[in-house]
Design a protein around this ligand. Structure first.
Ligand code: MG
Length: 669
């Protein structure tokens, strides 16, 4: 009886499993398994039909951001692994016909990558030439004869420059009158290619490692497919997952080289689905508006969005005569851009599990993926309309009401972008110390890991001149200012750390380019000691070498000690005056609340950091400060009503003991 029940339960389970409908992602892969390559899938074009523009409107300008076309990958170890293991198996007569044909294909992939890492393939050039031709034929009114100017800029990476050349060469061939201006350089990096973020990478890797543990991998099918004696083959293969992952990697790069056979066929479909998931979820969590990381990621697209808007506005205002602005960059800033804009589908805000089922990776982000904003105007109206083409498909911006079909009022789009990200930033007060100790290195690290804008800490000077991090002047009965460093250092914080030094804090600051150190210089007993503290703090700002940045971008990596990356605050008017004199360009915010922004500005001090009640009593100081180019910080704002009040007054920073609460309130949607 028990056996019958078990069988019945198993049959029901099988039925339920069979009835489980495919997720949109699985359906999309079943349409063409090569899409499992995700961001190394070559561009797919399907003919599109344009929604007619409202009566009287004509296209006059195009803003285009395109990712480079099909390229080789960073090949080597993984292709070699497949080739070498299969060669060993062949020597022992262990390969099936399928194993033999995989060996040939993996060896070819390895050869094709020899000395060609990350280079545009001929297919990649063709993708851009075809994109240019379709753009020209689709919007002839933009490229009509006569002196028309076009500007193209590219990331400094060779595959992007070659993509730009492929695109513009075809346009020039179609319209020899076009006056083209092509450029690449470090200064464009910030807006074309900015996107990497060490905080996000760490959070994403952890989430993916947890997710990976939930996946069931089918190893047996692979052994049976490729080897005549699976048990003997297992002795050759040190790790079945690594081996399959390397096969998946070979398969992902066959498209860019126009290899007709689909190499995914060597792996069970379910495994391909899971390798694909692990690949695209990393991009989704790092670059898109995900529930896990959206608030941290989105501000990094600000410069690109601002640049595209100001380029378009210059053309609209007639300041420049231009047919188009073309940008050639990478997948990560592209995803950040379309998610910032809030375009349909790609910018859906998902959990990791929801994204795994619903977000269509290679539909949104194949090689040569692109966004085109097509601008329209009419002689009878001042309204400028815009439509969004994502990978040449008309795409909606669901948060806005279209003027007509998929045509949006440009002013509505700009207003939407202007309010997309809270203007107010969060500073952790004495670090993000919850579960830790105030003013500890661990609390600073936690602020960095939480992706905060800044982390504040208090600096005293010991009698023998060492800056240390502690809030009160006294540790128990020990007066820091009249004690030597050794006596101070002997004390421990609540979490067991020794009282940290400024040097240790600045070393931690250098580990993140996102979270600014906010140095509070504590008033000292004499003016001379205050001057010494200022001097010691400035000495501590030694440039730190950029970390974890590809060599091609190293020159542009922001240094953790440069003026825009450090904030000084103090209750001492004298200290602020000294900092303003000795550290021009750095932000210096005065804390005491008794001087107006105009009074401080006259002395060269460029910020205020006042108690929120002072700002409630003098709300006009926010505008006064902003009009003078000064920044406004407020302390220590922990209650929801106060956080909302300060946000609504438009302060630049909120210093708080409750960073998570502040983030929730500032990003209220
Ligand atoms: Mg403080």
């Amino acid at each position: 009886m028990k056996r019958i029940l078990t069988l019945a339960a198993l049959a029901l389970f099988a039925l339920a499993a069979a009835a489980q409908p495919d997720t949109p992602v699985v359906k999309y892969l079943k349409g063409d398994i090569r899409r499992a390559a995700f961001n190394t899938h070559s561009y797919e074009f399907e003919p599109v039909k344009d929604t007619p523009a409202p009566k009287g409107y004509k296209a006059f300008y195009i803003s285009h951001y395109g990712r480079h076309g099909s390229r080789s990958d960073w090949g080597g170890p993984q292709y070699k692994l497949v080739r070498d293991l299969l060669t060993q198996a062949k020597e022992q007569n262990l390969l099936t016909p399928a194993g033999d044909s995989l060996l040939k294909e993996a060896a070819l992939i390895y050869e094709l990558h020899n000395g060609m890492d990350g280079r545009l393939t001929p297919r990649g050039v063709k993708e851009h030439a075809q994109l240019a031709e379709r753009m020209y034929n689709r919007f002839p009114e933009v490229f009509k004869k006569g002196s028309k100017h076009l500007r193209a800029v590219s990331s400094t990476t060779p595959r992007c420059i070659v993509s730009m050349n492929g695109f513009t060469a075809r346009l020039q061939a179609l319209q020899p009158d076009l006056d083209m201006d092509l450029d690449t350089g470090e200064k464009y990096y910030a807006y074309i290619a900015r996107g990497e973020n060490s905080v996000l990478t760490a959070r994403t890797n952890k989430a993916l490692a947890d997710y990976k543990k939930t996946i069931q991998w089918d190893n047996e099918t692979v052994y049976r497919t490729l080897f005549t004696d699976p048990e003997a083959a297992k002795k050759l293969i040190p790790d079945a997952w690594d081996f399959q992952n390397a096969i998946y990697d070979c398969a992902r790069v066959s498209d860019p080289f126009d290899i007709p056979d689909n190499m995914f066929r060597y792996l069970p479909f379910e495994n391909v689905v899971h390798f694909h998931e692990l690949n695209f979820l990393s991009a989704y969590l790092n670059q898109c508006d995900s529930k896990l990381n959206g608030e941290i990621r989105m501000p990094r697209s600000q410069e690109l969005v601002d640049t595209l808007i100001s380029q378009a506005d210059a053309v609209i205002a007639g300041k420049v005569q231009k047919a188009a602005d073309l940008c050639f960059g990478h997948d990560w800033p592209f995803l950040g851009l379309v998610c910032y804009l809030g375009l349909e589908g790609v910018s859906e805000r998902y959990t990791l599990e929801e994204a795994a089922a619903n977000w269509l990776p290679s539909y949104y982000c194949p090689f040569a993926t692109n966004l085109q904003m097509i601008f329209y105007r009419s002689k009878k109206s001042d309204d400028i309309l815009v439509k969004f083409l994502m990978n040449e498909r008309e795409t909606k911006l669901p948060a806005l009401k279209a003027v007509d079909g998929i045509y949006y009022n440009w002013n509505d789009v700009k207003a939407w972008c202007a309010n997309r990200i809270p203007k107010t930033q969060i500073v952790a007060h004495r670090g993000y110390w919850e579960g830790n100790a105030e003013n500890s290195v661990a609390s600073f690290r936690k602020a960095q890991e939480f992706g905060l804008w800044g982390s504040e800490f208090d600096i005293h000077l010991t009698a023998d001149g060492v800056p240390v991090i502690y809030h009160d002047r006294k540790i128990g009965d020990l007066d820091i200012q009249t004690s030597n460093f050794e006596e101070v250092r002997a004390n421990r914080l609540a979490n067991g750390e020794h009282v940290p030094t400024l040097a240790e804090y600045m070393a931690q600051a250098a580990r993140s380019r996102e979270c600014l150190p906010v140095l509070e210089l504590k008033p000292q007993t004499t003016v001379e000691r205050e001057d010494e503290l200022v001097e010691k703090c400035l000495q501590a700002l030694k440039p730190a070498a950029p970390r974890n940045v590809p060599p091609e971008f190293a020159a542009f990596a922001r240094r953790s000690s440069e003026p825009t990356k450090v904030v000084f605050i103090s209750f001492s008017h004298h200290i602020c005056q000294e900092l303003a004199k000795k550290a021009p360009g750095y932000t210096v915010q005065y804390l005491n609340g008794d001087l107006s922004p105009a009074q401080l500005h006259a002395e060269g001090i460029n910020g205020i950091d006042y108690h929120y009640n002072v700002i409630k009593n003098h709300p006009e100081w926010v505008k006064e400060a902003h009009d003078l180019g000064m920044t406004v910080n407020v302390w220590t704002v922990n209650e929801p009503a106060d956080i909302r009040a300060m946000r609504d007054l438009g302060v630049d920073q909120i210093t708080t003991d409750k960073p998570a609460l502040a983030r929730e309130i500032l990003w209220e949607r």
